[in-house]
Design a protein around this ligand. Sequence first.
Ligand code: TMP
Length: 265
Amino acid sequence: MDFQKPRYTPMSRRRRIYEGKAKVLYEGPEPGTLIQHFKDDATAFNAKKHEVIEGKGVLNNRISEYVFQHLNDIGVPTHFIRRLNMREQLIREVEIIPLEVVVRNVAAGSLSQRLGIEEGTQLPRSIIEFYYKNDKLNDPMVSEEHITAFGWASPQEIDDIMALAIRVNDFLSGLFLGVGIRLVDFKMETGRLWENDMMRIVVADEISPDSCRLWDIKSNEKLDKDRFRRDLGGLVEAYTEVAKRLGIMGEGERPQGSGPVLVKS
Ligand code: TMP
C-alpha cells in the first residue's frame, strides 16, 4: 500500500462509516484504512450536556497525532498512520474492543466519588479499570470476569490490553511531567488489527485533553475536559496551553485553522 500518495475524495462524496459524539469516521483512500475526523462538539454525562467549542477538534487532532506518532516511534502499536489536515488523520481500520480502559495515577472524578477518596490523592500504584462501551447503559464499570464471560475479550487479550495500558501510562506520564503537567488519569481504547493471518491488539481512538485529566504541576490548574464538565470555562485556552507546552503549536498559531494570521515582521 502506498500511503504517501492518497487519492483525496471530496468530503461530500466520502462514505461515512460511523459518527460518534466528537468524531466521524470516513472510508479511507486504501482498503483497511479510515479517515478520523475531529469535530468541535463537546459532550459530557453521556451527551446530556452538549456544546460546540470552536477549535477543540483541531487541537485534539494535533495533540492526538503527537501522542500516537510518539507511541508508534517507541514501538507501542497504534491505529495511527498520519495526519492529513487540520481536522483529519489517516488510520488503520481495526475492530474496536468495546471497552474503555481507564488508567489512574491520582484520585479524581468517578473514583473519588465512588470510594470517597479526596481528589488529588496520589494512588498507591497505578490502577487500571474497564468500562463496557455502551451508551444505553451509561458505560458501566466491568471486571475481567464480565469481559471474558460475555466474550468482549479473551484472557490473553486482556493481558495484552493491560500491558499496552501500562506502557501508554508510563510514556504519557513522562511526556507530560517534562512539560510541567501531571497525568492524573486517562482513557484509551483498543482494537484488533489483522495483518494477513496475524491479529494484534493496538491502541485506537484518540488520546487528547478530552480523554485525559491533566493538571498543571505547580498550580493544579485543570488543562482538560473537566473545564467543560465542571463549567470552568477556558477550554480552548487550556488545550492550546497543552499543545504549546508539547511544542505542537507555535506562538500566535490559531486552532481554528482558517482566516488570516497576523504575521510579525
Ligand atoms: P472518570 O473519573 O469520570 O471515570 O474518568 C476517568 C478518565 O476517563 C478521565 O481522564 C476522563 C476519561 N473519560 C473519557 O475519556 N470518556 C468518558 O466517557 C469518561 C466517563 C471518562
